[in-house]
Design a binder for this molecule. Structure first.
Ligand code: RP5
Length: 164
């Protein structure tokens, strides 16, 4: 199946922080691709990727970047597709630099920034964006949330037993 979601990482050193998010998309049966493209080190590749993403069938882009993280903004400036940013804690500032670089976009070029290293939330949000126009995906997201709630309630039961 053609990928619907692209995870674009500024470096392969970002990949370990992505794994939990990739697993969520696998569980939700959403096809995705992973690329290593840097807004600073390979800017021309980044531009070409963003400009051609829509025609290649992608529907959501996820930019994963640390340090002065301009990747989400660069992609968002060149595509009508929604862009989610994951700020990565790879720098001496533990990702605060990446968070502000990703979230503080100027008016007109939004990037939906999740928390630092929050790959799970980025994956869930990507699925929810796709689910807005795809009832089958929406149903799988609903089931994911139902199972998540059951898991929390099971933990609650265990803690109440432990402390009663
Ligand atoms: C960013 O710089 C990347 O997204 C990564 O988080 C960070 C460090 O990259 P490497 O020096 O490990 O390749 O652009």
């Amino acid at each position: 199946m053609n990928p619907l979601v692209a995870f674009v990482c500024g470096s392969d050193s970002d990949l370990p922080r992505l794994e939990a998010g990739l697993q969520i998309l696998k569980d939700l049966e959403i096809p995705f691709e992973v690329r290593i493209i840097s807004a600073h080190r390979t800017p021309e590749v980044a531009a070409e990727f963003a400009k051609t993403a829509e025609e290649r069938g992608l529907r959501v882009l996820v930019a994963v970047a640390g340090h002065a993280a301009h990747l989400g903004g660069v992609l968002a400036s060149l595509t009508p597709l929604p862009v989610i940013g994951i700020p990565v804690s790879s720098s001496a500032l533990d990702g605060l630099d990446s968070l502000l670089s990703t979230v503080q976009m100027p008016p007109g070029v939004p990037v939906a920034c999740v928390g630092i290293d929050a790959a799970r939330n980025a994956a869930i949000l990507a699925a929810q964006i796709l689910g807005a126009s795809d009832p089958a995906v929406r149903e799988r997201v609903r089931e994911f949330k139902r199972r998540q709630a059951e898991d929390v309630m099971a933990r609650d039961r265990r803690v109440r037993e432990q402390f009663s």
